[in-house]
Ligand binder design. Structure first.
Ligand code: GLU
Ligand code: MG
Length: 468
């Protein structure tokens, strides 16, 4: 983890950029897009000519801090810590992650981290907050491996209209046949941008597909999510289509989740690590640490939703019996539990066992969402929290309220108001993130609540469909 930009770190970065620019080009690059994700989950960017990369690597690219207070519709709220026209930050590309954007010939991409002009980390930078949580676990010889599953809906409609670009049945081979060139080009472009695709399939909702990628360290996984989404978006435009990652594309349909798969590993030695989600004598084969990490996440779920399901539209998606995980419980392979425990096939569990957070969606800033999950898991580890009984046998919505209560199954917040209140009251997240982040997230969420006050579900779905 980088600790500020001193003279030698700046020189190291300039040198690394010089090597990239001087390397014989595998593809011809004209421009590099530097991206960061704002509080409302929108990927924002500034771009520089590829030949000026050295300058950008050493000194960064100027950028207003106001984006921390942007809402989904580009209006701006003013908080105590963000939202004014004053000040400047420097966007610094992470050159180790720079790749050609195969879907946009001539363009490269690098995720950026935001620093002050003095070279210290910007305290609201979500990528930095995530690397801090990663470092806290590393100090205990622990590592999280993680991947986001991307669901998106493809439209051939103009403007705000959503007209599904395929009409075949859910999971139907017809949907691959209908858009086979498009889906192949998505896969080729991702391969060209060095993303390791694991699976692609037609999903349940109209025009919906899903793509999963290999797990990585948390910062890498959040970077990959940004790259995957922007690649899918770019290929869609080339086909005259548009891709929506919004939690609720149509008000009366199943939504887009962006589920998070996490496993906790112990670093036994520099060469060897072992998966703490398997091989133990806890529930579903978890080790004590695997269980405590999972239990920490379960305990903090209502507050975590303010970053994992951060849009007013998120709560239109997060409803029972839509496979979105609307109940705060965990269960083995239970797709209606907010936390689905995935054991994997017998014989492979030491590699495959992981926890799937189903209640998170594509409006989340992936860096902030992972930082919050890691902080909650870390708190579980510190407290040695244990899990309640799993809900393995039933969709919690099929139980009556008394049965749910007897089994300790809580409904998750049903609105953004509720999850923001839980977020502000959460001592673990406050300690991990600090007052400026808590206040800014809350101000942005309340700004979006006000933005959509009184709007119909159809209006909300239409307003955010093209934003995420
Ligand atoms: N589309 C569902 C969601 O909103 C998820 C379906 C699945 O389990 O993959 O999360
Ligand atoms: Mg899915």
């Amino acid at each position: 983890m980088v600790q500020g930009l001193d003279k030698s770190e700046r020189a190291r970065r300039r040198q690394a950029a010089a090597s990239l620019v001087a390397a014989p080009p595998a593809v011809d690059l004209t421009a590099v897009a530097l991206t960061w994700v704002d509080t409302s989950g929108i990927t924002r960017t500034k771009a520089v000519p590829f030949k000026r990369l050295e300058e950008a690597a050493e000194w960064g690219v100027g950028m207003s801090p106001v984006f921390d207070a942007f809402l989904v519709d580009d209006s701006i709220v003013s908080g105590r810590y963000a939202g004014g026209p004053i000040g400047d930050l420097r966007l610094h590309p992470d050159l180790e992650r720079l790749v050609p954007l195969a879907a946009m010939p001539g363009w490269a991409w690098a995720p950026a981290e935001r620093f002050t002009q003095e070279g210290t980390e910007h305290s609201l930078d979500a990528r930095w907050l995530l690397s801090r949580e990663v470092a806290r676990l590393a100090a205990r010889d622990l590592q999280v491996l993680t991947a986001f599953e991307v669901e998106w809906a493809v439209s051939k409609g103009d403007g705000e209209d959503f007209v599904p670009a395929c009409t075949g049945p859910a999971y139907g081979m017809t949907r691959i046949a209908e858009l086979s060139d498009y889906l192949r080009d998505v896969m080729r472009a991702l391969e060209g941008s060095r993303v390791s695709v694991v699976q692609i399939h037609p999903e349940y909702a109209a025009g919906q597909y899903e793509l999963s990628v290999a797990h990585e360290d948390p910062v890498g996984a959040a970077d990959t999510l940004v790259l995957v989404r922007e690649t899918i978006r770019a290929v869609s435009f080339r086909y005259g289509l548009s891709a929506s990652f919004s939690p609720k594309v149509l008000a009366d349909s199943v939504g887009n989740g962006t589920h998070v798969h996490l496993s906790l590993w112990h670093r036994d030695s520099p060469e060897k690590r072992s998966n703490l989600m398997a091989g133990g004598d806890g529930p579903c084969g978890m080790t004590g640490q695997g269980e405590a990490f999972t239990a920490g996440i379960l305990e903090h779920l209502p507050a975590l939703l303010a970053v994992g399901a951060p849009s007013v539209a998120s709560y239109m998606r997060l409803i029972p019996s839509h496979w979105a995980g609307a109940f705060a419980c965990w269960g083995l392979e239970n797709r209606e539990a907010a936390l689905r425990f995935v054991q994997g096939p017998l014989g492979r569990r030491d590699q495959a066992a992981n926890l799937e957070v189903k209640c998170f969606d594509g409006a989340a800033n992936p860096y902030l969402a992972l930082a919050a999950l890691l902080a909650a898991g870390h708190a579980g580890l510190e407290a040695g929290t244990v899990l309640p009984d799993p809900v393995n046998d039933v969709d919690p919505a099929m139980l009556d309220a008394d049965e749910r209560e007897a089994r300790g199954i809580r409904a998750l917040p049903a609105s953004l108001e509720e999850s923001v209140a839980a977020f502000e009251a959460d001592a673990v997240l406050r300690e991990a993130f600090g007052e400026a982040v808590i206040d800014t997230v809350a101000v942005v969420r309340r700004g979006e609540i006000a933005l959509f006050a009184g709007a119909t579900p159809e209006r909300i779905a239409a307003a955010v469909r093209r934003r995420h």
